[in-house]
Design a protein around this ligand. Structure first.
Ligand code: PEP
Length: 252
């Protein structure tokens, strides 16, 4: 199997205005040439078209943070995957724990959204991860395995799916699992994907997400099975995001 190119994706969540596009501009300017890793920024939907213009001529890709499963219709406030693609997105995040918690998204809903992303030609970043209570109860591996079984559609391939392992208790808290816990979970996810999708499954990238910062990024990228990161808070400032991207670059 060829080595996987790492992906560092920024999830801006519900943050950012026109003025924030200068952060993307600064990432573009500060990227090493070649960057050595794939880079994506997922701003709020209001900024996707503009971000797409700002990243023009650079290797930075733009993504959406969610999509509806349908192509169109009476779904006030929702966005179809096709609309994200039309605005310039290449990626879409589905199943983020904040969507699962705030909007009651079940595995079945997440699966339908992933299929919608593919229908629109997008690469899907599908999030899984356990709560603190589930980890403390020793259920983390089983919970994530259940989420994978329930939310990853049969059409998953290495080229259309990226898994993001994001322990819910590590998101926005400054807490991170130990390297051993991350390695164990990534190996578990990789094994389940390989079991179900064969070589394609083994080729899928598995990102770690949850309080990745400039000062812990190198340590996290050194963990076996970490093929990149989904970065929330630290993706909002170009200097922090660039430091994380640089930490993900393969050793020369
Ligand atoms: C996220 O929202 O996907 C995330 C990982 O957030 P943070 O990096 O802020 O913990």
């Amino acid at each position: 199997m060829t080595a996987k190119t790492r992906l560092v994706a920024g999830n801006w969540k519900m943050n950012g205005s026109k003025a924030s596009l200068m952060e993307i501009e600064a990432v573009k300017t500060g990227l090493a040439n070649p960057p050595g890793v794939e880079v994506a920024v997922c701003p709020p939907a209001t900024l996707i078209s503009r971000a797409h213009i700002v990243v023009g001529g650079s290797p930075i890709l733009v993504g959406g943070q969610d999509c509806h499963a349908e192509v169109s219709g009476a779904h006030t406030g929702d966005l179809a995957a096709e609309m994200l693609a039309d605005a310039g997105a290449t990626y879409v995040i589905v199943g983020h724990s904040e969507r699962r918690a705030d909007h009651g998204e079940t595995d079945a809903v997440v699966r339908a959204k992933a299929e919608a992303g593919w229908r629109a030609g997008l690469t899907v970043i599908l999030c899984v991860g356990e709560t603190r209570a589930q980890r403390e109860a020793g259920e983390a591996l089983a919970v994530v395995e259940g989420q994978l079984a329930g939310s990853v559609p049969d059409g998953a391939r290495a080229r259309n799916l990226v898994i993001a392992y994001e322990p819910v208790w590590a998101i926005g808290t400054g807490l991170t699992p130990t390297g051993a816990d991350i390695a164990e979970m990534h190996a578990h996810i990789g094994a389940r994907l390989a079991e179900r999708f064969g070589e394609d499954g083994a080729g899928m990238r598995i990102l770690y997400g949850g309080s990745v910062k400039p000062d812990n990024a190198a340590e996290i990228f050194a963990v076996a099975g970490v093929d990149g990161a989904l970065v929330g808070g630290a993706s909002l400032k170009a200097a922090d995001f660039l430091a994380i991207i640089n930490a993900a670059r393969p050793a020369e």
